[in-house]
Design a protein around this ligand. Structure first.
Ligand SMILES: [Zn+2]
Length: 242
């Protein structure tokens, strides 16, 4: 079986080069997100010549305030890849000044992506889900993936009406809140993500077994067969790339 991983911090792992080989062997389509534009070149160099790995251009909301000066560089690079992330907003324990900078950066990046048309974007929205939805809106020309969504259940319907996808990791599938969110989602909007290394417990390795466990959990929680879940996930991922 083929898996996909729409949110993986490859550059933050212990041995990225070995993991690239693993991704290729496992035929696991992987979006390697980055946290700042200066890291993009490294991830892209790892992805060159691979079939299953794509490097995404990111600017993590929690780094925006201290690395605000990287915004022009970010916008300059935006045409070099179809994959964008990790970007977004994070209001958790942030000052108003910090959040305002995030709003500025996020709005500019989304507006640049809007004019490109076909971007695939993986988005962080902790405690700022409403703002994220407002800024992206309902007729965004690319594909939006809400990564590790943990916001209010009542915003899910708007996100679905707007055409967004939701990517799930193992931590979400093991948590009550994640399961409540899952119940609100139709299977044709689900995608998988590892968000490694952030989801890994101590001594837990990034491995294809993680994806198998996610698929088994999804099948159980959605009361579907493992086969149906895999078929649906593969279909969703194909649609995402279209
Ligand atoms: Zn992440």
């Amino acid at each position: 079986m083929n898996f996909h991983d729409t949110h993986f911090h490859l550059d933050l792992m212990g041995d990225p080069e070995a993991l690239v080989k693993q991704i290729e062997t496992n035929k696991c389509y992987t979006i390697a997100v980055t946290n700042s534009p200066s890291v993009f070149f490294y991830s892209r160099s790892l992805s060159l010549g691979t079939k299953y790995l794509r490097a995404a251009l990111g600017f993590h909301p929690e780094l925006v305030s201290e690395r605000y000066y990287e915004l022009p560089k970010y916008l300059e690079l935006i045409n070099q890849t179809r994959y964008i992330g990790e970007i977004g907003l994070d209001k958790h324990r942030k000052s108003a000044a910090n959040f305002n900078k995030q709003l500025d950066v996020f709005t500019k990046i989304i507006s640049a992506c809007r004019s490109c048309g076909d971007k695939i974007i993986t988005i962080h929205s902790r405690k700022a889900e409403k703002e994220v939805l407002q800024i992206i809106g309902s007729n965004f020309p690319g594909k939006i993936i809400l990564h590790w969504y943990s916001g209010p259940l009542k915003l899910i319907e708007t996100a679905l009406n707007n055409g967004y996808y939701f990517s799930f990791n193992l931590k979400m599938l093991k948590s009550n809140n994640g399961r409540k969110i899952l119940q609100k989602l139709p299977i044709d909007r689900l995608l998988l993500e590892s968000d490694a290394p952030f989801t890994l417990s101590q001594n837990q390795e990034y491995h294809s077994l993680l994806f198998q466990e996610m698929v088994f959990d999804l099948a159980r929680l959605k009361k579907l067969s493992v086969n149906d879940i895999i078929l649906s996930l593969n279909k969703n991922f194909k649609k995402l790339l279209k």
